[in-house]
Design a protein around this ligand. Structure first.
Ligand SMILES: C[S@@+](CC[C@H](N)C(=O)[O-])C[C@H]1O[C@@H](n2cnc3c(N)ncnc32)[C@H](O)[C@@H]1O
Length: 333
């Protein structure tokens, strides 16, 4: 998934830095990914550590991580379930088609008509199976994560869901095919939460805390609202041109609140090692981060040059350079 702030390309750098600081044998360690997003960092450590604790306060992210992190044994009847969902008779009265596709008269076009109907059809069937106990929790989150990722591939947006495109782009014209969201199989049990970082931190403890909060004012709840809508699938009244639901706001996206929120987080963290990803263009300056972390133990910094996130192809033309610096701030408490 093309996700704002994704650490997909940086995950090897993060892993090798953790190795160099903590050591290569992590088999006894509890690793927490507190702002997990797509879950890619937790996934990198899932087979290395005793337990991954994964958290994000967006519900779609919770669903992805319930699958990619908490699921750790083979999914029963995996292919049979996927095949059934791909071959259902499409319904027309579902929430996505009625509110976010052109053919229903909604005046919005986040998906082609066929794909909107298919999302509704699959989502409705997954819920029906869950209610009838035809599937268990592991299968439920596996299927939901598969649907979120497969739907995201055919979304008619420039990348995020802040707006839809006027004309159906090429990838959005393709038929949505449900593809399985495969995860690492391993013996250990992992934990996934859907909470505010600063509340959860008071109730957990472990060895390695990885922090990847938002860097700027872009709220994930508005940029990825469609994924929340598909994941929750609860009725509401979509308003305005984009049909944006009410969404929660992160203090990490606010210049006024971020520093105090961050300081509280570090202060309360019951972890020996803390790694923070943050780039040099964030709401907190490098000095802000350094001063805050240094108050609580031994601090040092690692840097790497990095390609800027592209919301769409034209966006970067306005920037002087496509390269930015990505920082890994390290604290031993
Ligand atoms: C930079 S992204 C993380 C990206 C992730 N490391 C990845 O590679 O996919 C920041 C994440 O923090 C989440 N978030 C923002 N404020 C939060 C808060 N107060 N508590 C928990 N999660 C929060 C957002 O929903 C978003 O998924």
């Amino acid at each position: 998934m093309n996700y704002i702030g994704s650490k997909y390309k940086l995950s090897d750098f993060i892993k090798s830095t953790v190795y160099s600081v903590v050591g290569k044998d992590l088999s006894n360690k509890v690793f927490c990914d507190l702002f997990a997003g797509t879950g890619i960092v937790g996934r990198k450590f899932k087979k290395e550590v005793r337990q991954v604790i994964s958290n994000d306060f967006e519900y779609y992210s919770f669903v992805l991580n319930k699958n990619y992190i908490e699921n750790h044994l083979e999914i029963e009847d995996k292919q049979e379930l996927i095949d059934k969902l791909n071959n259902l008779l499409l319904i027309e009265n579902g929430f996505i088609y009625q509110n976010y596709c052109l053919g229903s008269g909604s005046e919005r076009q986040y998906f082609s008509d066929e794909n909107g109907k298919k999302i509704d059809t699959i989502r409705t069937k997954i819920q029906e199976w869950k209610q009838n106990n035809r599937i268990n929790d592991s299968q439920y989150y596996f299927l939901l994560a598969s649907l979120l990722e497969s739907a995201d591939k055919v979304a008619n947006t420039a990348s995020v869901y802040g707006a839809f495109l006027k004309h159906l782009k090429k990838s959005a014209q393709k038929e949505l095919i449900l593809q399985s969201a495969d995860f690492e199989i391993n013996d250990n049990e992992h934990q996934v939460f859907n909470q505010n970082s600063n509340e959860l931190i008071q109730r957990i403890q472990g060895d390695i805390l990885y922090l990847d909060p938002p860097y700027n004012i872009r709220q994930y709840g508005s940029n990825y609202h469609m994924l929340n809508t598909i994941a929750r699938y609860k009725q509401f009244e979509p308003k305005g041109k984009t049909g944006l639901p009410a969404y929660q706001k992160s203090k990490y996206c606010s210049k006024n609140f971020v520093l105090q929120e961050f300081d509280n987080l570090i202060k309360q963290a019951n972890f020996e090692y803390i790694f923070l990803s943050y780039n040099n263009e964030g709401l907190m300056s490098v000095a802000d981060v350094q001063n805050t972390m240094s108050k609580y133990g031994n601090y040092h910094l690692e840097k790497i040059a990095y390609q800027r996130f592209k919301a769409d192809k034209t966006e970067n033309r306005n920037h002087k350079a496509n390269k930015t610096e990505e920082y890994l701030h390290i604290l031993k408490k």
